[in-house]
Design a protein. Structure first.
Lengths: 332, 394
C-alpha cells in the first residue's frame, strides 16, 4: 500500500501540474478526430496532450494505471482515458468499464529514464458509433511527432535490463489479435478488478463489488502466490486464451474467473502447440514447473514457441517467477 | 431453387460495386507495403503480389471480408519468412469469404497460413515449404484453417511441416483435394471436424499420410461424416520428426490412412502402397481423458474398395517380429484395434488387435485376422464437402 500511496501523490502532482499547463494552453480534445470516419495521420490531431513529448495530458484526459499490467519488454506505459463532455464511464461488476461512444483510451510506450526517456509508440483505442478502433502511432527520432503506422514498425530499443532488441510496434490487425473478442475489438486493461478503488471513486463515482481485487504487481510479495499468478495469467494471456478470442481453439482459458483446473491448463494436453510444446506433455503439471508447457513457452524467445506471440520480444522474468512459484506450490 | 437463391444472395453481399485491384511488387519495404495493403483493402478488392521473392520480417494478417490475394504462381511469387522475427504464423486470416491463390510461403517460423473463424475460405495453388526438409524445429502446420464453416483447399502443396501439412481443425463443410502433402509428419489431418471430403490428393513421404480424428477437451467436438477417396497414399515412411508431446508424435512411421475416435468415415478407391506399418489403421483414442462430450471409439467406419499394394511389411509396432512371423511375413493392409464399429468391402484383408477396452494399452491384445461385416447401406454423402459456391471462385 505504501507504494500505491506514493503513486497517488505523484499522480495528483502530475494531474495538477497538467491542469495548470492546460489552462495556460487551453487545448481541446478533438471529438471529431475520435468519432469521425477518418484515420487521423498524426497523434496531434486528437489533441490529447499539452506537451506530448512530456506526456502531459490536456483537460479531460485522465491518467490511470492497472494493478497488474501487461508485460511489454519492460516498457514504461503511460495510460490515459478520455470521454466526451457530458458523458460518463460506468462500472458495473468486476469486468470492463462501460465506456460511452467517443471514448479514447491512450497508451504510450517509452524506454529510458529521466532525460533519456524516449517515446516509442502511442496506441489509441477509439470507441466510434460502429465499435472500437485500434490504431498505432510511432514517434519520430526527434520526439516531435507520432505518425500513424498502420502496418506497424520495428524500432531498435534497449530494455531496462540492458537487452538490445528490435521492438515491434503492432500493425492494426495485430491490435485485433489481442483485442478481438467474438469478432469485435474491445479494450482489455480497464476492468474494475484491475483498477484501484480510489481511481474508480474519483473518476467514475462508483466502486463495484470485486473491484480492485487483482494484486498490485510491485506489491505482489504481500499477495498470495495463487492470486499473483492468476492475475498475471489473466492480464498477459487471457485476452487470447479464452472463449471467443484468438486462441480459443486451444481450449485453454486463463481468465481470472475460470476455476476449472483443466481449463486453466492443469494436466491438459496441448492441441495445436506444435513444436511449442518443447517435448512436454501437459500445460501445467502440479509441483513440476520444468515439466509444464505454460512456463516453457514463457521462457522462450523464439517465434513459434514464445508466448505471448505478440507484444514482447524479451522474456518476462518476473512473470515467469510468479508462474513457476504457483506451479511449484500447487498440490500434486 | 432454394440453393440457387441462397448462392445469389451470397454473391451479391460479397461483391461490392467498386472492387479495386492493388498491386504489390517485391523489394524494399515489402513487409510494410504488403501489410498496409492487407489492412486498407475493402471488401471485394484483389491484392496482387507480383512475381519475385519477398523478404518478410514479420507475420502478415488479413481481417477484411471478401478479399482475394493473388500471386503469380506457387513458384513465381514467394513470401520468404526465413528472417521472420515475430508472430505465430506467416499469414493469418480472420475474415470471411477470402480467396488465396497462386503464391508460396517459405520457412515460416510457426504455422504457414492460418485462418481462424474465417468462413467460406478458399486456398488454391498455395505452396508452403520448409526448405530444409523434415526437421523438428520446422513450423507445425502448413495450411491451417480452424473454427470455420466452408473450407476449400485445392491444389496446394506442403512440405516439411513438423505436425501436419494440411490441417483442418474444428471446422465444418470442408474439401481438401488435388493437393500434395510431402515429407510432413502428418500429410493431411482432419481434426474435430464434420462433413469433410478428402479426395484426389497425393500423400507421400510423410510419417502418416491422411489422418482423421477427434481429440477431447476442445471447444468444438464430435468429428465425423468424412470421406477419404481417390487419394494416392504412397511411401509414407519418413521417421516421425514431430516434437515429442504432440498428438502426431505418436503416429507410427508407415501409417497410410488413420481413423481415430470418429464417426461415419468412408475410405474408398484410394491407392495405397509402401506404408510399412499399416496402409489403413482404425483405432480408438489411446490416452486417458476427462470430457463427458468425448467418444474415444471409431464408429461406423467403412473401408470400401481400395487398391492395396502390399500391407504392413515393416511395422513400427511392439512385437513386430512376432506379428510378422504370425502373419506370414507381412501384416494384412487394414489394422483395427477391435474397438468401436468397422465394416469393410468384401475381400478386404485386415487384422485386429481385439482389444477389450479403450485407453488401457495393448495389454489385453489378442491379435488375429479381422472379421467384419460388409457395409450394410450406402454411405450417406449428403452435406459432405465444401459448399458448391466456393468452386465458383477458382
Amino acid at each position: 500500500m505504501k507504494h500505491l500511496g506514493v503513486f497517488f501523490c505523484a499522480l495528483l502532482a502530475f494531474a495538477s501540474a497538467a491542469a495548470v499547463e492546460a489552462r495556460r494552453m487551453a487545448p481541446e480534445v478533438s471529438d471529431a478526430a475520435i468519432q469521425g470516419k477518418a484515420l487521423p495521420r498524426t497523434l496531434e490531431e486528437f489533441g490529447f496532450f499539452v506537451h506530448a513529448d512530456a506526456q502531459i495530458p490536456t483537460l479531460g484526459v485522465i491518467p490511470y494505471r492497472l494493478n497488474t499490467p501487461l508485460y511489454s519488454d519492460g516498457a514504461e506505459k503511460l495510460r490515459f482515458v478520455y470521454v466526451p463532455q457530458g458523458t460518463k464511464m460506468q462500472a458495473d461488476g468486476e469486468g470492463l468499464i462501460d465506456f460511452p461512444v467517443g471514448t479514447a483510451l491512450i497508451k504510450t510506450f517509452a524506454f529510458g529514464d529521466g532525460d533519456e526517456r524516449r517515446l516509442i509508440e502511442t496506441r489509441v483505442l477509439l470507441l466510434r458509433a460502429d465499435g472500437w478502433l485500434a490504431l498505432p502511432y510511432v514517434w519520430n527520432e526527434e520526439q516531435t511527432e507520432a505518425r500513424l503506422a498502420i502496418a506497424g514498425a520495428r524500432v531498435p530499443v534497449t530494455t531496462p535490463e540492458g537487452e538490445k532488441i528490435s521492438y515491434r510496434v503492432p500493425n492494426k490487425n495485430q491490435c485485433k489479435e489481442c483485442h478481438g473478442l467474438d469478432d469485435a475489438v474491445v479494450p482489455i486493461g480497464p476492468k474494475a478488478r484491475n483498477l484501484s478503488r480510489e481511481w474508480l471513486k474519483a473518476n467514475i463515482g462508483a466502486v463495484p463489488q470485486d473491484a480492485d481485487t487483482l494484486p498490485v504487481w510491485e506489491d505482489r510479495s504481500q499477495a498470495g502466490t495463487n492470486a499473483v499468478a492468476r492475475a498475471f495469467l489473466d492480464v498477459n494471456c487471457a485476452h487470447c486464451h479464452r472463449p471467443g478470442a484468438a486462441a480459443s481453439n486451444s481450449g485453454l482459458d486463463l481468465r481470472w474467473e475460470q476455476n476449472d483446473p483443466h481449463a486453466i491448463g492443469i494436466m491438459k494436453r496441448p492441441v495445436a502447440a506444435g513444436r511449442g510444446a518443447g517435448g512436454l506433455l501437459f500445460d501445467v503439471v502440479p509441483g513440476k514447473p520444468q515439466e509444464s508447457i505454460l512456463l516453457h513457452r514463457m521462457l522462450s524467445n523464439e517465434p513459434g514457441v514464445a508466448m505471448p506471440e505478440l507484444g514482447k520480444a524479451t522474456i518476462d522474468r518476473e512473470g515467469a517467477d510468479a508462474v513457476r512459484r504457483w506451479i511449484e506450490e500447487m498440490p500434486q | 431453387m432454394i440453393r440457387t437463391a441462397f448462392a445469389a444472395t451470397l454473391l451479391a453481399s460479397t461483391t461490392p460495386l467498386l472492387a479495386e485491384t492493388h498491386t504489390i511488387s517485391p523489394g524494399e519495404g515489402a513487409q510494410e507495403r504488403l501489410q498496409e495493403a492487407l489492412i486498407l483493402a475493402q471488401p471485394g478488392d484483389e491484392i496482387v503480389f507480383e512475381a519475385g521473392r519477398y523478404a518478410m520480417s514479420d507475420g502478415l494478417s488479413l481481417d477484411v471480408d471478401g478479399v482475394t490475394l493473388r500471386g503469380a504462381g506457387m513458384d513465381g511469387t514467394v513470401l520468404d519468412f526465413t528472417g521472420q522475427q515475430g508472430a505465430g504464423e506467416g499469414l493469418l486470416v480472420t475474415s470471411d469469404n477470402v480467396t488465396m491463390r497462386d503464391f508460396a510461403l517459405e520457412n515460416p517460423k510457426g504455422d504457414g497460413v492460418k485462418s481462424k473463424g474465417a468462413d467460406n475460405i478458399v486456398y488454391h495453388r498455395i505452396r508452403v515449404t520448409w526448405t530444409r526438409g523434415p526437421h523438428a524445429e520446422n513450423g507445425a502446420y502448413g495450411i491451417y484453417p480452424v473454427e470455420s464453416t466452408g473450407v476449400l483447399v485445392d491444389g496446394v502443396k506442403v512440405t516439411g511441416a513438423s505436425d501436419a501439412g494440411i490441417y483442418v481443425g474444428q471446422s465444418n463443410r470442408i474439401t481438401v483435394r488435388n493437393s500434395i502433402a510431402e515429407a510432413n509428419v502428418a500429410g493431411i489431418e482432419i481434426e474435430n471436424s464434420r462433413n469433410a471430403l478428402v479426395e484426389h490428393n497425393i500423400a507421400t513421404r510423410n510419417t502418416g499420410g491422411i489422418l482423421v480424428f477427434d481429440l477431447p477437451n476442445l471447444p468444438v467436438m464430435g468429428g465425423g461424416n468424412v470421406i477419404v477417396a481417390n487419394n494416392l497414399v504412397v511411401a509414407n515412411d519418413t521417421p516421425n520428426f514431430a516434437p515429442p508431446g504432440n498428438i502426431v508424435a505418436g503416429v507410427r512411421r508407415g501409417t497410410g490412412i488413420m481413423v481415430m475416435a470418429n464417426e461415419n468415415v468412408l475410405i474408398e478407391d484410394n491407392i495405397l502402397s509402401g506404408n510399412p506399418t499399416a496402409p489403413v489403421m482404425v483405432i480408438a483414442y489411446t490416452q486417458p481423458y476427462d470430457d463427458d462430450r468425448y467418444n474415444p471409439l471409431p464408429r461406423e467406419v467403412v473401408v470400401g474398395p481400395n487398391q492395396f499394394d502390399g500391407g504392413g511389411y515393416d511395422p513400427q509396432l511392439d512385437g513386430a517380429e512376432m506379428l510378422l512371423a504370425a502373419f506370414g511375413g507381412e501384416l494384412p493392409p487394414v489394422l483395427w484395434d477391435g474397438l468401436g464399429s468397422l465394416s469393410a468391402a468384401e475381400g478386404t484383408m485386415g487384422w485386429s488387435l481385439n482389444l477389450p477396452e479403450a485407453g488401457k494399452g495393448l495389454g489385453g491384445a489378442q491379435p488375429g485376422l479381422m472379421t467384419v461385416e460388409a457395409p450394410a447401406d450406402d454411405f450417406d454423402r449428403s452435406g459432405i464437402g465444401a459448399p458448391a459456391e466456393l468452386d465458383a471462385r477458382l
